[in-house]
Design a protein around this ligand. Structure first.
Ligand SMILES: [Zn+2]
Ligand SMILES: [Zn+2]
Length: 300
């Protein structure tokens, strides 16, 4: 018998109908400060995101760990600060989310992924389609490496650089090969005037502790957004329903990026096609704004 496996089963009013008592909070996992090549000191960056109502933020300077000692010296209101860094030198960039130590930027990147797996937290492959060849991180490498939680399917700062800020093409290739990786949207903020509040991850979390937020991210219990809000995700047998109040169009996709259904408006209900290996949804809003659900995997 077919079953649909997905990260949203514990949502309030979701597939289980259970009231899990969590809340949706949004955050950015990729921001630079003057400790590396950002233009503002850490307190200014933290205050900016806190003032915008973010629930969590990770400072991710290049090969520099920002952890509890650094965070103890800044004021963040009730915004949760997650330890981390961007592994940068010697190869494709990746985030180490909830790092407890700095992992050396080994040119053999598999060694970095293995070291992160042995530490706390998880890895995210960054801006795969950056640079003039749209190929900062080749799909061949992404197919080889294990483990990592996901990739940046949107990186705001790449929107003003060569290449594409989007990487849903590589996401669909990985998912189609059976990899279970999540899609993240991050600012990668360096400059305050251009780079802030472009993309974020909205998690459904039990509370605002680092552990709960990181656990929700690792399990994929979030959606990525550049402006569209998802209100509900419901799964009943092989029918999936998504409601996104400020969406103008919702597209349902399956392996190798094939669009099998779309609606004009802010909700969609689809039956998972017989031959689907996974499905995912893109909610398109005004201008160039989106929300991306995580994939729903078909088993059996
Ligand atoms: Zn980078
Ligand atoms: Zn960066």
């Amino acid at each position: 018998m077919r079953t649909i496996t997905h990260p949203y089963a514990e949502l309030k009013g979701g597939a289980t109908g259970g009231a899990s008592g969590g809340e949706w909070v949004r955050g950015n996992l990729h921001a630079h400060t003057t400790a590396s090549d950002g233009s503002r000191p850490i307190q200014e960056v933290v205050s900016d995101y806190a003032a915008r109502g973010y629930g969590f933020l990770m400072i991710s300077d290049h090969d520099i760990l920002t952890g509890p000692d650094e965070y103890a010296r800044v004021t963040a209101g009730d915004m949760t600060l997650i330890p981390g860094n961007e592994v940068t030198k010697n190869g494709p960039h990746l985030l180490h989310v909830n790092a407890s130590r700095l992992i050396a930027p080994d040119p053999i990147r598999q060694n970095v992924f293995s070291a992160i797996a042995a530490d706390t937290g998880f890895a995210i492959v960054n801006h795969p389609n950056w640079l003039a060849d749209f190929n900062h991180c080749p799909i061949e490498r992404m197919r080889e490496w294990v483990p990592y939680a996901g990739l940046e399917i949107y990186n705001g700062t790449i929107g003003r650089l060569d290449g594409s800020p989007y990487a849903t093409n590589k996401w669909d290739l990985l998912l189609s090969a059976g990899r279970r990786v999540w899609g993240f949207a991050n600012d990668d903020s360096h400059l305050p005037e251009n780079d802030v509040e472009l993309g974020w991850n909205t998690v459904y979390t039990a509370d605002r502790s680092i552990e709960a937020i990181v656990d929700a991210l690792a399990r994929g219990r979030f959606y990525a957004s550049t402006g569209v809000t998802i209100e509900s995700i419901e799964v009943e047998d092989d029918t999936i329903r998504v409601v996104a109040p400020n969406a103008e169009k919702i597209v349902a996709l399956m392996q190798v990026g094939r669009r099998f259904a779309e609606t004009r408006g802010n909700s969609i209900e689809v039956r998972v096609p017989e031959n689907a290996q996974y499905v995912r949804f893109e909610c398109w809003g005004a201008g160039e704004s989106f929300a991306w659900t995580q994939p729903f995997f078909v088993e059996g």
